[in-house]
Design a protein around this ligand. Structure first.
Ligand code: PEP
Length: 249
């Protein structure tokens, strides 16, 4: 049985004060929930304050990136050493907005993933095709290249600390979402890739989240699919009521 994992990616929304207030409100709503993992990813600058506000909470805090080195001449970058020190549990890597605006590559995601794991953190690794890639029949090729590139040199024992998020780029923040069947088909494809690269058991244990305009109205149908183990949510994670409905799907 794979434990469902619902994660909210706050992107560059909410100030530090707003983030703390929001985290406290969520904490009240989610008290006692143990049968699913709840993750929130505030902006970097709000990370420490949100963690402080959530002491003894079942909500885990993620960041939206982390560097592949622990220290060095990398102006503006964030070391996973500090994230671990603060109590961060997950790092989101390879989000399509990082790929689009910051030229994130699979090779860089791979280096970051290795360093995140070395520092005792878990990772949510995002993959997904663009509309053009899907329409030209390249979806499987693109997803395979992303999974193989991001997981290069990642050992079998590390898989337990990794979640994959399948986020079709055309569905992120657009209001368009993949149908539950379309999403499940790609999840099953990713699971087969992992089975081929590692083994069937590891693939069966790996959690794969869907992301792309997940809302209270469609979460139930998505989560009813056999290969969908959770959701990575942007827009609908920014309001208490909708994130509550998503977590309590
Ligand atoms: C995301 O940011 O990962 C995302 C899926 O956004 P949205 O839910 O707004 O489509």
């Amino acid at each position: 049985m794979r434990k469902p994992i619902i994660a909210g990616n706050w992107k560059m929304y909410k100030s530090v004060k707003e983030s703390v207030k929001f985290a406290k409100q969520l904490n009240e709503k989610f008290k006692g929930i143990q049968d699913r993992e709840i993750v929130i990813a505030p902006t970097f600058i709000a990370t420490a304050s949100v963690i402080d506000a959530l002491s003894f909470s079942n909500i885990q805090v993620a960041t939206q990136d982390a560097h592949w080195e622990n220290e060095g001449a990398f102006t503006s970058q964030i070391s996973p050493v500090s994230l671990q020190e603060l109590g961060v549990k997950f790092v989101i890597l390879g989000h399509s907005e990082k790929r689009q605006y910051d030229n994130e590559t699979d090779a860089r995601v791979n280096r970051k993933l290795k360093n995140v794991l070395r520092n005792g953190l878990k990772a949510i690794v995002c993959v997904g095709e663009t509309l053009q890639e899907r329409e030209s029949g390249k979806m499987e090729k693109v997803i395979s290249a992303q999974v193989n590139g991001c997981f290069e040199g990642i050992g079998l024992s590390d898989l337990i600390n990794i979640v994959i998020a399948y986020e079709p780029v055309w569905a992120i923040g657009t209001g368009k979402n993949a149908t539950p069947e379309q999403a499940n088909e790609v999840h099953a494809f990713i699971r087969a890739l992992i089975a081929k690269k590692y083994n069937k058991e590891a693939a069966e244990a790996l959690r794969i989240q869907y992301g792309g305009s997940v809302k209270p109205e469609n979460i139930k149908q998505l989560m009813a699919q056999p290969d969908i183990d959770g959701a990575l949510v942007g827009g609908a994670s920014l309001k208490v009521d909708s994130f509550e409905a998503l977590v309590k799907f």
